[in-house]
Design a protein around this ligand. Structure first.
Ligand code: ADP
Length: 692
């Protein structure tokens, strides 16, 4: 096993024997805490009846829990389609920022005495999620505009990306840059930065290398570990970047087996340690698709759906050997692959077949004595930590696509988290999908080669609930009070892990609907995770110095201004050395990212430079302490500068922005993560810099 790898540290409290057999022998906890049918069953009937009446034309592909394929998917680094315009002066920015926040819904609070107008939803770009969306809208009694509308709608439902149509107001169900941010390479890089800072907290992601750049490093590290431990017989999985549905994935036993020939240069990939001991059910490997709602980026708000899907392999699992490496039905859980196996079992029941609800799996584990609250709590932690790793990059995209001072919509997004449970029940993150499939039908082979699309009750139960309840949470006309999360759970501790709690707040018109299936996990558990948000704070600094053009790269002048304004140069770090640092790191990152877009320093390069500066300034401390100290120092000097400018009556000058303007969606920065806000902790640590 590689040092620092996900497989190295089993979760505390779980023995190595996490198999179903071992679990079966464990002490029973009494009544299962999760009622697998409770959330989905009643509504499935309603939804199925709805769907029969209002089914959209059959789609050409089966319901697939991978990314919905986008034939027009732009290159992650393609030039932005919306031209960036200069920002408006500070006062306008502030007013507009407030207007764009997700919190804006409170200012639109409807007069409860008057009848509510229906919420309007433009579904013209919904694509494969259209069926589930239609059912959701009918259940909510909202007004659908299937061909768009001349007047603005409250909500725009896009099937693929933020850019599906030009929107200047309302809410859209995609964030700009999300597809690029969760691509395999970008995700691996983002998690690796977090692993450098917090190795223990981020050991839920398998050790990964980026190809072709890190091929030599991959070979060298594997050789080093093998030399130290000759009995180590690892397996690796190679996944093309931007691939989905198992496309192009293969397993290898030796780094030399990587197919370097061919198009690896043009199609980069991630090679990852293969998790050899997954939890098996009915001797089959399976994974979990969980739906996560990113309700707001700033302040960060995350919800997790109480139910998801489990996708099963169709060939009994055996640990990888050179003989079975190519058995995709044994090793890959993708629905799109396994549907072609003769062993694939389609079932309308939630707890049998090759696609089941996650709650049915939990019910089964619970009946065998597994502490499913612990499983949930580990999954909640994994989700929050992953989102924390992704938000810095997302913020950079956001400010570039919707520059402050320009009209723009508020964004939210449903993400698909693919998670593998290890034999010891530790959850492992496989990937994050920006466009999880929301299809509610599946392909059935009537006779050889003849396929028909039929409703899939399991898909419908889970996905309609996720879409409908996302809309309920985003309801712009909803009384804010109704949207408040339940206070009955312990707000301090994610280990309460109970995803099947009492209904969340509901409006009078919603009383006929099931309770909301999405549970807020952030800011609810923020106290436990805010200390991890260091890169987020670095991104706020980065954005501040990007300038006014809505770019995503920091120019040399911006970097110099950052160093000067944060007082980081000294006799031992001259401005000439700063320039060399900038050129060095920027050049390396530009070649690594095969980036032919804007020139300049990308966020990851800035983070690398920041780490370097932190290590120089605060020697002999753990990296996360060094980095946190440098962030404190930078924020402190910038706040002094802002105060000084305010006193002089000057709003921002070139290369800087006024406080808060770096905050996407213009909302109040969350406590402890303020880009420039001086929270209590910062004030304390600042005093030491004042003294020195
Ligand atoms: P895709 O986007 O093409 O579906 P994934 O990263 O989800 O790519 O991988 C496809 C499948 O391969 C997963 O559903 C899972 O079954 C298996 N898999 C991926 N990564 C690993 C891993 N590190 N260890 C074990 N199995 C994995």
């Amino acid at each position: 096993m590689l040092p620092g790898s996900a497989t190295e540290r089993p979760a505390a409290g779980w023995g190595a024997e996490g198999t179903m057999a071992a679990v079966a022998g464990a002490a029973s906890e009494g009544q299962p805490r999760v009622d697998p049918g409770a959330a989905g069953e009643p509504e499935r009937k309603t939804a199925a009846a709805e769907q029969r009446q209002h089914r959209a034309p059959a789609r050409p592909r089966a319901a697939e829990e991978g990314d919905a394929r986008d034939p027009r998917q732009p290159s992650p680094l393609a030039p932005r389609s919306q031209p960036a315009l200069p920002r408006a002066p500070c006062p306008q920015r502030k007013a507009r920022g407030q207007g764009r926040s997700c919190k804006r819904s409170s200012s639109l609070r409807a007069d409860e005495s008057r009848p509510r107008r229906p919420v309007t939803v433009d579904s013209s770009k919904a694509r494969t999620s259209l069926d589930a969306l239609k059912i959701s809208l009918r259940q909510l009694k909202w007004k659908e505009f299937p061909f768009g509308r001349r007047m603005p709608c409250d909500i725009y439902w896009h099937g693929v990306s933020f850019h599906d149509s030009d929107i200047f107001s309302g809410q859209v169900n995609k964030f700009p840059g999300m597809t690029e941010t969760v691509r395999k390479i970008t995700l691996s890089r983002a998690v690796r930065i977090m692993q450098e800072l917090f190795p223990e907290e981020y050991n839920f992601y398998p050790r990964s290398w980026i190809l072709p750049d890190e091929f030599q490093r991959f070979v060298a590290q594997v050789r080093m570990v093998k030399d130290g431990n000759p009995s180590w017989k690892p397996t690796f999985i190679v996944k093309p970047d931007g691939g989905c549905q198992g496309d192009g994935i293969y397993l290898i036993k030796d780094p030399r087996d990587i197919r370097l020939a061919g198009n690896l240069q043009s199609r980069p990939a991630v090679v990852q340690e293969y998790i050899c001991k997954p939890l098996l059910i009915d001797k089959l490997k399976f994974d979990i698709r969980l739906y996560v709602l990113l309700k707001s980026l700033e302040p960060l708000e995350i919800y997790i759906a109480k139910d998801g899907l489990s996708r099963f392999c169709t060939e009994p699992y055996q640990e990888p050997t050179s003989k079975n490496l190519h058995h995709i039905f044994m090793h890959l859980t993708n629905y799109s692959l396994n549907i072609h196996s003769s062993n694939f079992v389609h079932s309308d029941s939630a707890n049998t077949g090759s696609k089941r609800t996650f709650s049915s799996i939990l019910g089964r584990l619970s009946s065998k004595g597994v502490d499913i609250k612990k499983v949930w709590s580990d999954i909640i932690s994994l989700v929050i930590k992953t989102v924390i790793a992704l938000t810095p990059e997302l913020k950079v995209f956001y400010q570039s696509d919707i520059p402050a001072g320009r009209p723009g919509p508020t964004c939210f997004q449903i993400l698909g988290f693919d998670i593998l449970l290890m034999k010891n029940l530790k959850p492992i993150l496989l990937e994050v999908n920006a466009n999880p499939s929301m299809r509610i039908e599946h392909e059935q082979e009537l006779s050889p080669g003849v396929f028909e699309h039929v409703p899939s009750a399991v898909d419908e139960a889970v996905k309609v609930a996720v879409i409908r309840d996302t809309l309920r949470l985003m309801d712009p006309l909803q009384n804010k009070r109704d949207a408040q999360p339940q206070q009955s759970e312990n707000p301090e501790d994610p280990s309460d892990g109970d995803m099947h709690t009492a209904p969340e707040g509901r409006s009078h018109s919603e009383t006929s609907l099931p309770s909301i299936c999405l549970k807020q996990v952030f800011p609810k558990y923020a106290k436990h995770f805010n200390y991890l948000r260091l890169v987020d704070r670095m991104a706020n600094l980065f954005i501040r110095f990007l300038g006014i053009k809505g770019t995503m790269k920091l120019g040399p002048t911006g970097f110099r201004t950052f160093i000067r304004n944060c007082r980081l140069s000294s006799s031992s770090l001259s401005m000439a050395a700063v320039d060399i640092l900038y050129i060095d790191i920027t050049r390396r990152w530009s070649s690594m990212t095969l980036d032919h877009g804007d020139s300049g320093m990308c966020l990851q390069a800035f983070v690398e430079a920041f780490f370097y500066l932190a290590q120089r300034k605060f020697k002999m401390r753990p990296l996360h302490v060094q980095v946190a100290s440098l962030i404190d120092l930078c924020e402190y000097h910038l706040s002094l500068l802002d105060e000084k400018r305010l006193m002089c009556g000057r709003s921002g000058t070139a290369g800087t922005r006024p406080p808060g303007s770096s905050t996407p969606q213009g909302a109040t920065p969350s406590e402890g993560t303020s880009p420039l806000g001086l929270n209590g902790a910062n004030k304390l640590s600042q005093s030491k810099y004042l003294l020195s």
